[in-house]
Design a protein around this ligand. Structure first.
Ligand SMILES: Cc1cc2nc3c(=O)[nH]c(=O)nc-3n(C[C@H](O)[C@H](O)[C@H](O)COP(=O)(O)O)c2cc1C
Length: 274
């Protein structure tokens, strides 16, 4: 049974669903015919919902996605281009956090927004590990430092180039430059065999970082944690991800202690125009 259906009474045969389907599996056999799936429809559908949500008459349904369940886009809620530019340019990596924890429902809201990030063939492979407990965040930072201590002995040239000695010394003085005493860390992970899993995780984390800024939170990519998440056995053990899953990126999250008042300068873009 086809999971694609069109409401005959509503459909005006405009054909937009045919043209917008990324898999090209919708056809209209004649000007008066209702849109329908080609034979391979069920196999090739990526369940992106474009056919359902592009239809101005809400005539298209998938068994997995009913038109009535898809929230309407409210034009009045869309920011202007100027607002988007200002928002994107004014976002900063936040490394000083208030001691106040972020409520679970707010962290869940970030993840809820991040699941709307694009993913290859709409595979939505990104899963999340939320380290809510700051003691655990601190333990993970300590493990990163342990890995740096090992690297200083095992690979001194690389360790020197990356200034591991400075970070270890800071840690020994009680200063955490690894996870910045963030109250929370959110890790994106996915099954290791999924295509483009790492890119999908980076994009989802980027959405999460922007969502955090929009909600008055501060976020910062946890690059030092990321560097050892898949290679340092004590860290792999500490993360306890589901079988076959690999961490693909992490973000520190908390309430920012300070607010930025202006936008720093950035390099001019290097562009090749053809
Ligand atoms: C992949 C990646 C890893 C990063 N890792 C860290 C990190 O481990 N610690 C940190 O303090 N900042 C980290 N950052 C933040 C960058 O230093 C920051 O984006 C850059 O200095 C520009 O500042 P802005 O984000 O405020 O524009 C990372 C950023 C990216 C994109």
């Amino acid at each position: 049974m086809s999971i694609f259906s069109v409401d005959d009474a509503r459909c005006n045969r405009c054909g937009i669903c045919v043209l917008e389907c990324p898999a090209r599996i919708i056809e209209m056999r004649g000007a008066e015919a209702l849109p329908s799936w080609v034979e391979t429809g069920e196999e090739l559908c990526i369940n992106c919902g474009h056919c359902v949500t592009v239809c101005p008459l809400r005539a298209v349904n998938l068994e997995t996605m009913k038109a009535e369940d898809c929230a309407p886009i409210k034009k009045e809620l869309l920011p202007t281009a100027e607002q988007v530019e200002h928002f994107l340019k004014s976002r900063r990596s936040i490394r000083a956090y208030k001691e106040k924890p972020v409520p679970r429902e707010v962290l869940a809201k970030l993840i809820d927004i991040a699941r709307y990030a694009p993913s290859g063939t709409n595979s939505q492979p990104v899963q999340w590990l939320v380290i809510e407990d700051q003691t655990e965040v601190n333990r993970l930072a300590g493990l990163v430092v342990d890995s740096m201590r090992s690297a200083i002995k095992a690979a001194p040239d690389i360790a020197a180039a990356l200034h591991f000695d400075l970070m270890v010394s800071a840690w020994d003085l009680g200063i955490d430059v690894i996870l910045r005493e963030a109250p929370h860390v959110i890790v994106a992970h996915a099954h290791k065999d999924l295509p483009l899993a790492d890119q999908n995780c980076y994009i989802a984390l980027t959405y999460l970082e922007l969502a955090a800024y929009s909600l008055g939170l501060g976020a910062c990519w946890a690059g030092w944690l990321q560097m050892v998440m898949t290679s340092y056995p004590p860290m792999i053990e500490a993360l306890q991800l589901p079988e076959g899953h690999v961490s693909m990126g992490a973000m520190m999250i908390g309430y920012p202690k300070y607010r930025y008042s202006s936008i720093p300068l950035r390099e001019e873009p290097a562009i090749i125009w053809r």
